[in-house]
Design a protein around this ligand. Structure first.
Ligand code: GLP
Length: 243
């Protein structure tokens, strides 16, 4: 795993956007794996800016998102589909039919089949991952085992707490989600794991501190993947060093 220590969030976001654009430049119909949350907002901003500047073209690009809450549909402001429309899809020339999202209001089994069949067609070319404070990736929470396929997952208490900042009341945070499993994630040809700020330092420190792979720290499965770049900022890195 390669580690990039960026000066700050903006520089880290720029570096990630550049990695994505390099893949699209090589393969105009690249299959991108996308994440939501505050971490990738900056990279989406860079991608939209570069699209406006004519530096990147999304007309042939295909995407798949990592996860979605069960319940809200794409028009719900807290759904991940809404987030993607707002931060990326409405700002670039991607075709609607090339976007794959979980419909949180749909029948979960159908959504799962749709995802696994798409992931079975081809591996993701480049995947951006954020990380939970507990080390989750997508919504693959710490557990006794890894789940390979797309599946329904119960959110961990700490994830509900962390994500409640996007909702008016903590009771409004959905308790279940559909997430891509570890097969879809680990089969990606290139993976970028991004973590900024001190809150994520604990998870990244655990990830880097040994050579173990454990479902108790879901991100540790990335140690089995061929091409992983971890992008952190100096604020996070200082915390790791000083602890
Ligand atoms: C959410 C998502 C993850 C994301 C993580 C971190 O629960 N399911 O895919 O990486 O939390 O979010 P943030 O970037 O807002 O810290």
């Amino acid at each position: 795993m390669k580690l990039i220590i960026a000066e700050n969030y903006n520089e880290g976001s720029r570096k990630i956007a550049d990695l994505f654009e390099a893949v699209i430049a090589e393969k105009k119909d690249a299959f991108l794996g996308l994440a939501t949350g505050s971490t990738p907002e900056g990279m989406y901003k860079c991608l939209a800016e570069d699209f406006n500047a004519g530096k990147v073209d999304f007309s042939e690009v295909h995407t798949i998102n990592l996860d979605e809450y069960l319940g809200p549909d794409r028009s719900h402001p807290q759904s991940f589909g809404y987030f993607m429309d707002k931060h990326l899809f409405s700002k670039v020339n991607i075709k609607q039919e090339n976007i794959m999202l979980v419909d949180g209001a749909g029948k979960a089994e159908d959504e799962i089949k749709k995802y696994d069949s798409r992931l079975g067609e081809e591996p993701i070319d480049i995947l951006i991952l954020g990380i939970g404070e507990n080390g989750h990736i997508g919504f693959n929470e710490p557990a006794d085992f890894f789940v390979a396929g797309t599946h329904i997952t119960e959110l961990a208490e700490e994830t509900i707490q962390a994500n409640s900042r996007f909702f008016e009341n903590i009771e409004d945070v959905p308790q279940k989600a559909v997430t891509m499993g570890m097969a879809g994630i680990t089969n990606a040809k290139k993976i970028v794991l991004a973590a900024f700020g001190k809150k994520k330092a604990g998870a990244i420190k655990k990830l880097l501190s040994d050579d173990k792979v454990s479902p108790k720290l879901p991100c540790s499965i990335l140690k089995l993947c061929r091409d992983v770049t971890i992008v952190v900022d100096k604020e996070l890195y200082r915390c790791i060093e000083n602890e």
